[in-house]
Write a protein that binds this ligand. Structure first.
Ligand code: SF4
Length: 216
């Protein structure tokens, strides 16, 4: 299986790596941990193009914790409107900024435990920050990564948290950081949650299609 994992990752990397570079991936070239964190919070439950618009509008006005806490909630909501769920996200951004100022000297903490101690930051966000802002060897896992990894037989798990642990045991380290971006795009275009497009899948010949009951 290990050989197949490398083969599959190389094929997907070739087809989806560049296209799969999201707003968050692109930030890795000039990592600003606070901006990575905020963009990740804005990216939840929305498309990348919306994340980019909202991030750019917000960062043009405020890109530090103290600047964000100074914004009124209505102003903040307006700035991040395009990211969707803007009311909840505006409150989360304010809260996270306040906690960073009060508990972390206005800096984004570099450990998973500290990140998860802040209300509003979940495991996926924490791992995105650790991987993209601090270059740590972790695998950000969301629903696309979880579903696709199980279908491909990389792991046999019930939750994204278990998937993260198991993927770290079987996927070569060099793919860890890019795996999320690749699988998110692959999951949106080919290995979609309902009825994956197996007939046009570039890794079909290696895939045991575990749990797939209907496909195209
Ligand atoms: S063959 Fe089907 S189930 Fe397997 S990775 Fe491709 S699209 Fe997903």
């Amino acid at each position: 299986m290990k050989n197949n994992i490398s083969k599959i990752m190389k094929i997907l990397e070739k087809d989806f790596y560049k296209k799969g570079k999201t707003t968050l991936n692109r930030m890795r070239t000039r990592p600003d941990a606070f901006k990575v964190l905020i963009a990740c919070l804005l990216s939840l439950r929305t498309q990348d193009k919306n994340t980019e618009i909202a991030s750019n509008r917000l960062f043009a006005v405020a890109d530090t914790p103290s600047q964000i806490v100074k914004l009124s909630i209505p102003r903040l909501e307006k700035l991040i409107f395009s990211s969707g769920h803007y009311r909840k996200k505006a409150r989360t951004l304010k809260h996270v900024s306040q906690v960073l100022i009060g508990g972390f000297d206005s800096k984004v903490p570099e450990t998973r435990e500290e990140l998860l101690s802040i209300k509003g930051i979940g495991p996926k966000t924490a791992n995105i920050v650790l991987a993209f802002a601090f270059g740590q060897a972790v695998i950000p896992v969301d629903v696309h990564v979880h579903v696709t990894s199980n279908r491909l037989g990389f792991v046999k798990t019930k939750t994204p948290e278990q998937t993260e642990m198991e993927l770290m045991k079987v996927v070569p380290k060099r793919f860890w950081k890019e795996l999320n971006g690749i699988f998110v795009l692959f999951g949106k275009e080919i290995c979609v949650t309902v009825s994956p497009k197996c007939s046009i899948c570039p890794v079909r010949k290696y895939c045991p299609r575990i749990g797939v009951v209907r496909s195209r």
